[in-house]
Design a protein around this ligand. Structure first.
Ligand SMILES: Cc1ncc(COP(=O)(O)O)c(C=O)c1O
Length: 366
């Protein structure tokens, strides 16, 4: 058997980065500031610069970011929020936590919310929509804004997977009223633990978001609303400041590896490939292929030491807490066909070639 290729092994981050992170930890340990402080201000400034957005607030994680966006925008009991049927559970979970009701929309063949289905789901109770830039590919935000403009409806972007994706030069997360990011360790820009961020173009929203992540506190001991402790950990902000310097190079590597997959897997079996992964509106977070032989292919690759993942095997409206008895045929079909291949900046060309070779062998034998 060839050298095993894990789906993602974060212990493989390169030694120069490990040393830079150790150095940052030592500096912070000596300083003794473990909540708040300049690492957080620096990280927020880095986010503003990179995303080209006026306001960025670092927070505890992407799920809290979604909940706090909903809370800040006043969404609660009696309200409906449109979310895609295929996404990570947080998108609908945050809606439930706020006492509102998620209304699921079927997806298109890329797993993105089907904009053509929104009219049928829109009611008097619809307060917001949460487009999810799944796998790092952006929902067509221009089209979504065109649809939402004549209505009174808020847009909260779930950009948890989409840091580094831009449509017409405008970053994911910065098109709607509030954008939510996750820096979960496996993301393109990942913390060494939990972290997230909220972004907005609206100053009054940012003031409220800032208070909301800190117990509704406007100034020391002055609490204006019921908030949360959803502050980012200072250490994580420090680590993120180090990792930001590597991000652009990693993105290039992800795109390069993706192009090798595309060249080698074209016209193989019944495979459907993410053909637009090289475009700027995709950050190459996941390289997701589709095949009717998904489970067998996954097992075959595992037998060859190649790790893969499924994003996601069950659509939300078929999960116990979210069941609504309705059908979402495209999202459901995707949940049976999608397979994420290894794609991370610590892989090399040969890894992609040997994964592609094994996939071709599987289809030759099938
Ligand atoms: C689409 C989506 N939304 C929300 C989240 C939640 O982010 P976090 O894990 O930081 O809470 C994730 C993270 O996996 C995600 O992929």
């Amino acid at each position: 058997m060839n050298k095993p290729i894990p789906f993602l092994d974060l212990s493989q981050i390169p030694p120069d980065l490990k040393n830079a992170l150790k150095e940052k930890f030592s500096q912070m340990l000596e300083k003794g500031i473990f909540s708040g402080g300049e690492e957080i201000s620096q990280f927020e400034s880095n986010l503003r610069d990179f995303l080209k957005v006026p306001f960025a607030i670092a927070c505890s994680n992407g799920t809290d970011a979604l909940e706090l966006a909903l809370r800040t925008l006043g969404i609660g009991p009696g309200d409906e929020v449109i979310v895609p049927a295929l996404t990570w559970v947080s998108t609908a979970e945050a809606v439930f936590i706020m006492g509102a009701r998620p209304i699921f929309a079927d997806t298109d063949h890329n797993g993105l919310i089907d904009l053509g289905k929104l009219d049928a789901l829109f009611t008097q109770k619809t307060k917001a929509i949460i487009p999810v830039h799944l796998y790092g590919k952006m929902v067509d935000m221009e089209k979504l804004l065109e649809w939402s403009r004549p209505k009174i409806i808020l847009i909260i972007e779930d950009a948890a997977q989409a840091f580094g994706a831009f449509q017409n030069g405008i970053s994911a997360g910065t098109w709607g009223d509030v954008g939510c990011f996750s820096f979960y360790p496996t993301k393109n820009l990942g913390a060494l633990g939990e972290a997230g961020a909220l972004v907005t173009k609206d100053e009054s929203i940012q003031i409220r978001l800032k208070q909301m992540i800190n117990h509704g506190q406007a100034a020391r001991d002055k609490h204006l609303s019921i908030g949360r402790n959803a502050r980012i950990d200072s250490l994580q902000a420090g680590f993120m400041n180090v990792k930001m310097d590597y991000f652009q190079a990693w993105q290039k590597k992800r795109k390069l590896l993706s192009s090798i997959y595309l060249e080698n897997l074209i016209d193989v079996g019944d495979l459907s490939l993410p053909l637009d992964i090289l475009r700027p509106n995709h950050n190459a977070h996941l390289f997701v292929i589709k095949t009717g032989k998904r489970d067998k292919l996954k097992t075959y690759l595992k037998s060859k030491g190649i790790g893969t993942a499924i994003h996601y095997p069950t659509i939300l409206p078929k999960m116990l807490p979210y069941q609504d008895g309705k059908e979402y045929p495209i999202a459901e079909k995707l949940s049976m066909q999608v397979l994420s291949l290894p794609l991370n900046p610590w892989m090399n060309d040969e890894d992609v070639l040997s994964i592609s070779y094994e996939i071709k062998r599987f289809f030759e034998k099938a």
